[in-house]
Design a protein around this ligand. Structure first.
Ligand SMILES: [Fe+2]
Ligand SMILES: [Fe+2]
Length: 418
């Protein structure tokens, strides 16, 4: 049965720390009330709301530079983005297709087409598990020990849900959910109201009449979309706490979340899974990174140590799943989503009901490492185990999607920086 990621736990889980593997595992004391699977807004809608946030400036920074590097040979055609009719301007890659011959009279070019960016290269790795782990410097190792000492959740402040989400999410899980009451809570928050109105009037939900009241908007989009909006806002608040709004690492994390969400949504469509679920999983699966950021911020402030992006990425990678579990428990996230947040860096075992999502997350990591993560690594996206196991290797739709992906992600990140 397909898991429903949008049901929330009403009881806390118990954690057990297993020394040999250094991972936290759970025994779920009570599984939550299940409610209907929600249909969150499209990516375009999700990221477009960022432009409404007061005082947030997202410069392109390192990612922009990376994209500049890969965007020089621009060749693929723009594509209408499914949810938002957004035209992707230009492309970051060359494709295998023959160069377009323009109007009559143009001379066909004899130049051979460049291979697409995803064309397997010699020495490309077959899975993220094959990637070498760099040896950290002594200072980085010191910070790693500090992070590990916080795995038990003591002495560390876990980011809270958005204050409205904290009140409203439990109500949405109740069978007697009163949407008028929910609408009043949302109407008290300017940013949330704007996001809800925008979603209600987006192509996915748009009706004959344009909606201008939060009450009507809440009724139109429904409980499931509301949950996603509240969680999206909570993640954003966790990534950008007021005291470190200018942190370059926070910007990197946020952009990564948006790009991962886009990739997971696309992969979900290709393998016949729910696109909206895929989007939310991509957005949330590395949420533990925000606690890595917080703890490092505190320690760097007091020790006056500088931390480069490579070291931050090493520390994030070593510890974010454990911290993700702490946040997932504090936020009472659904068990399936919690499981993916806690454990998404390995190949699934036989019979794992979340096997496809785990494979998709591995593939998303491979794609991210080639396109938008700061730790670059060449992967074989065709013959690698995740693509093969998902049945994507020989699928032309997958190859086409890969070809268009850099331009799409570029667009998502540009929108997030608007
Ligand atoms: Fe991860
Ligand atoms: Fe990830």
């Amino acid at each position: 049965m397909k898991p429903q990621f949008f049901a929330y736990r009403s009881n806390a889980t118990q954690l057990a720390f297993h020394k040999p593997t250094g991972t936290l595992t759970r025994s779920i004391a009570n599984q939550a009330d299940r409610s209907e699977k929600i249909r969150p807004p499209s990516i375009a809608e999700s990221v477009a709301e960022i432009t409404l946030q007061v005082g947030m400036e997202m410069t392109m920074g390192l990612w922009s530079w990376l994209f500049d590097q890969i965007s020089k040979p621009s060749a693929s055609a723009p594509r209408e983005r499914a949810a938002g009719n957004v035209q992707v301007k230009g492309s970051a890659i060359a494709t295998l297709e023959a160069p377009a011959v323009g109007s009559q009279g143009d001379e066909p070019s004899n130049e051979p087409a460049s291979p697409p960016w995803w064309s397997p290269k010699a020495g490309a790795l077959l899975s993220p598990l094959d990637a070498p782990t760099r040896q950290p410097a002594a200072e980085t190792k010191f910070l790693e020990n500090i992070l590990v000492s916080h795995f038990d959740g003591h002495d560390v402040s876990i980011p809270s849900l958005h204050n409205v989400a904290e009140r409203v999410l439990p109500k949405l899980g109740s069978k007697k959910c009163n949407l008028s009451e929910v609408a009043r809570e949302i109407a008290d928050d300017q940013v949330l109201s704007a996001v809800v109105l925008r979603t209600a009037n987006s192509p996915m939900y748009r009706g004959v009449v344009k909606i201008t009241s939060v009450q009507a908007a809440v009724t139109r989009i429904g409980i499931q979309a509301l949950r996603t909006i509240l969680l999206h806002q909570s993640l954003r608040k966790a990534v950008f706490p007021k005291q470190s709004a200018s942190s370059q690492f926070a910007k990197v994390l946020w952009r990564k979340s948006l790009a991962d969400a886009h990739v997971m949504q696309g992969l979900s469509k290709l393998v016949g899974m729910d696109e909206e679920e895929g989007h939310l999983i991509g957005l949330m699966h590395d949420i533990g990174s925000v606690m890595v950021l917080r703890i490092l911020n505190d320690n760097i402030k007091t020790s006056h140590t500088a931390l480069d992006l490579g070291s931050f990425e090493y520390l994030r990678r070593q510890t974010h799943q454990e911290f993700g579990e702490l946040i997932a428990n504090a936020w009472l996230l659904p068990p399936e989503l919690t499981s993916l947040i806690t454990d998404h860096h390995r190949f699934p075992e036989t019979g794992d009901p979340l096997a496809r999502f785990r494979l998709m997350l591995l593939l998303a990591e491979m794609i991210g490492s080639m396109l938008y993560l700061n730790e670059k690594q060449d992967y074989d996206l065709i013959h690698g185990r995740p693509a093969v196991n998902l049945g994507l290797a020989n699928l032309s739709a997958y190859h086409n999607w890969l070809s268009e992906l850099p331009a799409e992600i570029d667009q998502v990140l540009k929108e997030s920086a608007a």
